[in-house]
Design a protein around this ligand. Structure first.
Ligand code: FBP
Ligand code: MG
Ligand code: MG
Length: 335
C-alpha cells in the first residue's frame, strides 16, 4: 500500500471530527459493518465452492423466495453488529421485526437498517450483488421500539453500500459528500480510490425493467418512449439502456457516469406501490445520490422527505442525473 493511500479507518477518523459524535462509537460501528461486508465478500466470491448458491426454499417477510446467501449474509451482519456497544437495534430486509440487542450489551445510540444481499437474483449467475446500510440515531440506553426506526431519510447520519463485483467497493456518505473505497485484498483494507464522487447533471442512459412497461403510469411511459424514440423523437438525441437487476450496481454506474434508474409505481398490485423498500434501499441510496449532486424521487415526492409507515414499506424509486430526474418529475406534475 503506497504511503499516499488513505485507508477507510484513517478517513473515518478524519470525518469523525466532522461528525456529531467524537466518542468513537460511530467509528466502531462502521468498522463492524465493514468487517461483516469483508466476510460477505468472501462468501459471495466462493459461493459455488462452499455450496451456498441456490434457493433456501424459504420465504422472507416480503413473501420472496430467499437465496441461501440472503440468510447467510443476514446472519453475518447480525452477528458482527450486535455486540458493538454502539447499537440500539437493527432492522433487516430478511427479518420481520427489529432485531433486539442481547440484554447483556449496553444500548447504544445508533440504529442500523440493512439489505444484507441486494440483487439476489444475480447471485447464481455470478453477476454483481451488494449490501446496503442506513444508520439513524436513537435515544441511548433505551430499548428502541419499531416507531424509533420509522424516521425520515433526512435523519440518516450515514448511508453506504458495498458492491461485490469485479472489485469489492464501499461507497459511503456521512453528509459531507460521497467517497468510494476499494478493498485491497492483499492487506484486507478498504483504500480511498474515488474522492468526492459527483453525478453528471446530463445523461443519455436509462435503466428500467422494460418487461413491466404495461404496468407503468403515463409520465413514466412518456419519458421512456421519448428516450427510445432517440434523435428522431422529442429529445433529439439517442439514449442507451442498461438493466443489471442489482440496485447497488445501477447506483454505482450512475455515480460514475450519470444516468437515471427507475423502478416506478406499478399498477400490478395496489398494496405494492413499488418493488424497492424505503428504509434500507431507497433512503440510503437517496442520501448518497443527493450528496453526489443527483436527485431521488417517487416521481411525486422527494424520497428523503417520506414519513415511513412500516419497516418494509415499498416505494416507487427514480434516481440519478439531476436534469433527467427533474424532467421525469415535471412529467408527473403535468399528468
Ligand atoms: O428482478 P427485477 O424485477 O428486475 O428487480 C431488480 C431489483 O430487485 C432487487 O434485486 C431487489 O433487491 P433484493 O435482491 O435485495 O430483493 C434490486 O437490487 C434490483 O434493482
Ligand atoms: Mg435489495
Ligand atoms: Mg436483499
Amino acid at each position: 500500500m503506497s504511503n499516499q493511500q488513505v485507508t477507510l479507518t484513517q478517513f473515518i477518523i478524519e470525518q469523525q471530527r466532522g461528525l456529531p459524535d467524537a466518542s468513537g462509537t460511530f467509528t466502531l460501528l462502521l468498522n463492524n459493518i465493514v468487517t461483516a461486508c469483508k466476510q460477505i465478500s468472501h462468501r459471495v466470491n466462493c459461493g459455488a465452492l462452499i455450496g451456498v448458491l441456490g434457493s433456501a426454499e424459504s420465504e422472507n417477510v416480503q413473501g420472496e423466495v430467499q437465496k441461501k446467501l440472503d440468510i447467510i449474509t443476514n446472519d453475518i451482519m447480525v452477528k458482527a453488529l450486535d455486540w458493538s456497544g454502539s447499537l440500539g437495534g437493527m432492522a433487516s430486509e430478511e427479518i420481520n421485526d427489529p432485531i433486539k440487542i442481547p440484554k447483556q450489551y449496553p444500548k447504544g445510540k445508533y440504529l442500523v437498517l440493512f439489505d444484507p444481499l441486494d440483487g439476489s437474483s444475480n447471485i447464481d449467475i455470478n453477476m454483481t450483488v451488494g449490501t446496503i446500510f442506513s444508520i439513524l440515531r436513537c435515544r441511548e440506553g433505551i430499548e428502541p421500539e419499531t416507531e424509533d426506526f420509522l424516521r425520515r431519510g433526512t435523519e440518516q447520519v450515514c448511508a453506504g453500500f458495498v458492491l461485490y463485483g469485479p472489485s469489492t467497493m464501499l461507497v459511503l456518505t456521512t453528509g459531507n459528500g460521497v467517497n468510494g473505497f476499494t478493498l485491497d485484498q492483499d492487506v484486507g483494507e478498504f483504500i480511498l480510490t474515488h474522492c468526492n464522487m459527483k453525478i453528471p447533471e446530463e445523461s443519455s442512459e436509462f435503466a428500467i425493467n422494460m418487461s413491466n412497461q404495461r404496468f407503468w403510469e403515463p409520465p413514466v411511459k412518456r419519458y421512456i418512449d421519448e428516450c427510445v424514440a432517440g434523435e428522431d423523437g422529442p429529445r433529439g438525441k439517442n439514449f442507451n439502456m442498461r438493466w443489471v437487476a442489482s440496485l447497488v450496481a445501477e447506483v454505482y454506474r450512475i455515480l460514475n457516469r450519470g444516468g437515471v434508474f427507475l423502478y416506478p409505481h406499478d399498477l400490478r398490485d395496489p398494496s405494492k406501490p413499488g418493488k424497492l423498500r424505503l428504509m434500507y434501499e431507497a433512503n440510503p441510496m437517496a442520501f448518497i445520490i443527493e450528496q453526489a449532486g443527483g436527485l431521488c424521487t417517487t416521481g411525486r415526492e422527494r424520497i428523503l422527505d417520506l414519513k415511513p409507515n412500516s419497516i418494509h414499506q415499498r416505494v416507487p424509486l427514480i434516481l440519478g442525473s439531476k436534469n433527467e430526474v427533474e424532467r421525469i418529475i415535471a412529467y408527473h406534475q403535468q399528468d
